[in-house]
Design a protein around this ligand. Structure first.
Ligand code: DX5
Ligand code: ZN
Length: 229
């Protein structure tokens, strides 16, 4: 996984057909997706339940590129090895998910995955000031986690602050929630490079009619790169 700050579009399969994850992942990858974003929810840390490591393992063979797993669960530590075994490339835990995020991030890297830390909209950038040398990705939530299709919350000041804090460290800034061609330029300009998008990618298409996925991905990428007309 070589590091760069070019814009990467990461469709969230939370907006895909849950009965058809394998084909949906292949379809968005064939249409230009850079990473596949996989949202794990436990009904405890967030008020919704999706799926766990067994489903991630089942999806893995259908993804050629990066499997980016976003854990919205608490606790995290008992499940780290299961997600490593499932083939996660990036494993992201929330800074709000427990008192020992430092230990959690050590364990994620110790299990040979890239480590991500996510911040809810109410959490300041300073909450992860001591963690920047232990992470490969910072995920800035632009919705309160739990559901797709919510309205974008403007976190551009926090993104800019994190970009300055990260400086020249090889750490991605990922944005998750309400990303579409209108909001993508705001977050890209502030310093984000990985844009998660669920509803804005999967609308209008299906695994058997994937062309709209490609149009949606291109529109978000072009908007982020300032070339959308
Ligand atoms: C929200 C999830 C997001 C969500 C994004 O809790 O973490 O990844 O799927 O969906 P959209 O792009 O529809 O806001
Ligand atoms: Zn997510």
């Amino acid at each position: 996984m070589p590091f760069d700050r070019s814009i990467k579009i990461a469709p969230s399969i939370l907006a895909a057909d849950f009965a058809n994850f394998g084909a949906e992942c292949a379809a968005v990858e064939s249409q230009g997706a850079d990473w596949i974003h996989v949202d794990v929810m436990d009904g405890h840390f967030v008020p919704n339940i999706t799926f766990g490591p067994a489903t991630c393992a089942a999806i893995r063979p259908h993804i050629k590129g990066v499997m980016d797993v976003h854990l919205m669960i608490a606790p995290v530590d008992p499940y780290i090895d299961a997600f490593a075994d499932a083939g996660a490339d990036v494993l992201t835990a929330h800074v709000e998910a427990g008192p020992h995020i430092h230990r959690t991030l050590q364990a994620i890297r110790g299990a040979d995955m890239k480590a991500g830390v996510a911040l809810n909209p109410g959490t300041p950038a300073s909450a992860i000031g001591e963690l920047l040398d232990m992470v490969d990705l910072v995920c800035v939530m632009t919705v309160n986690p739990g559901f797709g299709g919510q309205k974008f919350i403007d976190m551009t000041a926090k993104i800019s602050e994190l970009r300055a804090m990260i400086s020249d460290r090889p750490v991605h800034i990922e944005i998750d929630g309400g990303v579409d061609p209108k909001t993508a330029p705001l977050v890209a300009k502030a310093g984000a490079d990985v844009l998660v998008a669920g509803s804005a990618v999967f609308k209008g298409g299906s695994a058997s009619n994937p062309a709209p996925y490609g149009e949606n991905i291109s529109a978000i990428r072009a908007a982020a790169n300032g070339t959308w007309t």
